[in-house]
Design a protein around this ligand. Structure first.
Ligand SMILES: C[S@@+](CC[C@H](N)C(=O)[O-])C[C@H]1O[C@@H](n2cnc3c(N)ncnc32)[C@H](O)[C@@H]1O
Length: 359
């Protein structure tokens, strides 16, 4: 397949015209994602001011949608990619096109803030949002940046990290219930974070911070090793089509990242409403040498939510085959019912909980 490069990148003199550009490429046109070659050359140049700038600052903001950048780069043929300039830190998202050469687990939806959310972000960003030095994408984390929880919260307390916090319902509820613990909400969706800040501020909570960032980068470099008491991943995007499964967040390469930040004895709590993803989560964590299932062997046969999903055909083919492995946790009492879980229940899907302990 012809690599999607724009007229500029292909050596045509003068600025590219719209007609000369491949559909997925824009070169210098801002409205559409740039071509792979333009990304590789233009973005590091735009970052010449070095790392810096908060989630909403101009210095830290890419002019293009991150998903477009990442998709363009991940589609670019390996051979051509090898010859591209690499004015970026080895090992970072920028050097790989995606984090560790893997597709990201999100697609950027409308990132523009409006109305109450815009006002909330303007008013509370400085207080509650971690000012992350960026690298290439506006959801990337510069690999040199390390989060100092004690300085941020002004105390030493157990730190709970929620990955993919959505509109913040779970993290805000938990923070209110547990004033003796600190919470970090990790989310790429800016309107969701702004909504979270509205809730945090209206309740006067001091034990919550948010960060707009790609979770694997937060886990691999931003959080110090062994600094977290619990990691929560509730209802991650299921990417249920087989061809999209590779975008799922919880997979073999993600488990070591969670393992890295958890202190020994720390907990990884997960929930999903997709039976196939639930099985994948159980498989990934059960085969990891770093984790033990807190509910190993529990909820087998008719008690298993997997058996129930099969017999009701909620989201899978109907089958009478019982789940003989089990290992499902009871519903985590610290998790409030979010809009996502509510929708899943209304659609007749079974909810699966898992809890694993870091060894
Ligand atoms: C299906 S929603 C669930 C939200 C929330 N946990 C709930 O139960 O309401 C999944 C969320 O994960 C976020 N997400 C997906 N991949 C992410 C990543 N790599 N880093 C941070 N957030 C991510 C998405 O933006 C989305 O808001």
């Amino acid at each position: 397949m012809r690599p999607a490069v724009c007229a500029t990148a292909a050596g045509t003199p003068g600025p590219p015209t719209a007609a000369a550009l491949p559909r997925s490429c824009v070169g210098c046109r801002r409205r559409r994602p740039p071509c792979a070659l333009c990304v590789a050359t233009a973005v590091p140049a735009r970052r010449s001011e070095g790392p810096g700038g908060g989630p909403n600052s101009r210095a830290g903001r890419s002019p293009w949608p991150a998903a477009g950048i990442l998709e363009a780069m991940s589609e670019f043929p390996e051979a051509a990619r090898a010859s591209l300039p690499r004015a970026v830190t080895p090992g970072s998202q920028a050097s790989h096109g995606t984090y560790q050469a893997q597709p990201v687990s999100f697609v950027r939806r409308g990132t523009r803030l409006q109305g109450r959310r815009e006002r909330a972000w303007q008013e509370y960003e400085k207080t509650y949002a971690i000012d992350v030095p960026r690298h290439v994408a506006d959801t990337s984390v510069h690999p040199d940046f390390v989060f100092a929880a004690e300085d941020t919260f002004g105390r030493r307390a157990p730190l709970i990290v929620e990955i993919g916090s959505g509109l913040g319902d779970a993290v805000v509820f938990a923070a209110e219930q547990n004033p003796d613990k600190d919470f970090l909400a990790v989310e790429v969706y800016l309107p969701g974070l702004a909504q979270t800040l509205l809730k945090v501020a209206s309740r006067g909570l001091t034990n919550v911070r948010v960060v707009q960032a790609n979770a694997p980068e937060v886990l691999s470099t931003m959080l110090p090793a062994g600094s977290v008491s619990e990691v929560w991943v509730f209802f991650p995007d299921p990417w249920h089509k087989t061809k999209h499964n590779k975008r799922r967040m919880v997979k073999e390469t993600f488990a070591p990242l969670v393992s890295r930040v958890l202190q020994p004895g720390g907990l990884w709590r997960l929930a999903t409403d997709w039976s196939d993803y639930a099985r994948q989560m159980r498989e990934v964590l059960s085969t990891s040498e770093d984790f033990a299932n807190v509910h190993d062997g529990e909820r087998i046969g008719a008690d298993s939510p997997l058996t129930q999903a099969r017999t009701t055909a909620g989201d899978c083919d109907r089958s009478d085959e019982p789940d003989t492995e089990g290992g499902w946790a009871p519903r985590f009492a610290g998790r409030i019912l979010t809009g996502f879980e509510n929708k899943a229940q209304l659609a007749g899907r079974t909810v699966f909980d898992l809890t694993f302990r870091r060894l």
